[in-house]
Write a protein that binds this ligand. Structure first.
Ligand code: NAD
Ligand code: UDP
Length: 324
């Protein structure tokens, strides 16, 4: 039987964070979910509120917090391009100052700390698929830089606290992930396409739709998080977590239309600046060190996600807080 730990999940009310909280609460841990609700709704964790081993704290990670914990999963950060570009300076602060505050907390408590990094640190990659050894091609001054560079500095801080202070770290680089509880108005491709298909609206393809992504279902990803956190201390990462099945954006649109039985047509819009042309994880390291591979095919994951989108009341979701 595993020992119950005090676990802090920053960004715990978000898409990935809420699924992680579900798993940790189910495992019997004492879970503190910390969030400022910038891109999430309390509804994502409302079902956990009555549980004795779950606690919800409204807090912004750019400010220090005094807690006693054994483990920290640091997920707080807007993740969708539309969300993180809403207030880019704040995005940078959340990644960098948030990492400093959480690493300081980990150092004081001697807690193990996990960082949700991203495939965006590879930028618009010249190497395909991307292994962890690839150093990336990021435009430091483009519209995605607040997120990409913020996450890169966060990785740097994690490894400096590890070398300088002996903090026990885990760093994962997450590739595009989808599933129930994605913010329906986050502007990400899966949520946009599903929402548009269910409403019978045109499906907005940016560019010619030949750019590719590899999509991981949320349950697979959370399993990878837990394996990494509980893996050997000698393996701090960084490690890629994602599904290596690669699809063009046009293929994704056609699949969403087919599964949802929609009559929507494809329409084409300009490609956003610095939009990566292709992305697919090399997951050999995660397979070898964590014995982890995704198990859920895109078709199955999309079917489950479409069912969830059908079940929600869209009027209950709002865009990120104005004037934030
Ligand atoms: P999300 O927007 O649903 O969740 C992020 C959560 O962080 C939200 O609940 C938000 O309110 C909270 N938050 C934002 N700024 C905060 C702050 N300053 N203080 C406290 N809370 C704050 O996004 P997600 O998809 O669940 O992403 C979670 C993490 O995973 C992020 O760090 C993101 O960068 C990373 N990630 C996600 C993906 C993906 O495909 N979903 C890919 C790569 C990396
Ligand atoms: N995209 C699209 N239509 C949309 C939303 C996104 O064609 O309505 C494209 C976007 O230009 C990118 C890909 O889908 O090439 C994935 O975009 P997303 O914002 O989901 O995440 P990214 O991987 O770019 O961070």
């Amino acid at each position: 039987m595993s020992i119950s730990k005090r676990i802090l999940v920053t960004g715990g009310a978000g898409f990935l964070g809420s699924h992680l909280c579900d798993r940790l609460v189910e495992q019997g841990h004492d879970v503190i979910c910390l969030d400022n609700f910038f891109t999430s709704q309390k509804e994502n964790v409302a079902h956990l509120l009555g549980k004795a081993n779950f606690e919800l704290v409204r807090h912004d990670v750019v400010h220090p917090i005094w807690l006693e914990v054994d483990e920290i999963y640091n997920l707080a950060c807007p993740a969708a391009p539309g969300h993180y570009q809403y207030n880019p300076i704040k995005t940078c602060k959340t990644s960098v100052v948030g990492a400093i505050n959480m690493l300081g907390l980990a150092k004081r408590c001697q807690a193990k700390i996990f960082q949700a990094s991203t495939s965006e640190i590879y930028g618009d990659p010249e190497v395909h698929p991307q292994p962890e050894s690839y150093r990336g091609a990021v435009n430091t001054i483009g519209p995605r830089a607040c997120y990409d560079e913020g996450k890169r500095v966060a990785e740097t801080l994690f490894f400096d606290y590890y070398r300088q202070n002996g903090v026990n770290i885990r760093v994962v680089r997450i590739f595009n992930t989808y599933g129930p509880r994605m913010h329906p108005y986050d502007g990400r491709v899966v949520s946009n396409f599903i929402r548009q298909a269910l409403a019978g609206e045109d499906i907005t393809i940016f560019g010619d739709g030949s750019q590719s992504r590899a999509f991981c279902f949320v349950d697979d990803l959370v399993e990878g998080f837990i394996r990494m956190m509980n893996g050997p201390d000698e393996f701090p990462g960084p490690v890629n977590l994602g599904n290596p099945g690669e699809f063009t954006i046009k293929e994704l649109a056609e699949l969403v239309i087919e599964i949802s039985g929609s009559t929507s047509k494809l329409c084409y819009r300009p490609l956003p600046e610095d939009d990566p042309k292709q992305r697919r994880p090399d997951i050999a390291l995660a397979q070898g060190r964590l014995d982890w591979s995704p198990t859920i095919e895109l078709r199955d994951g999309l079917t489950r996600t479409i069912d969830w989108f059908k079940s929600i009341d869209l009027s209950r979701f709002r865009a990120p807080t104005p004037n934030y």
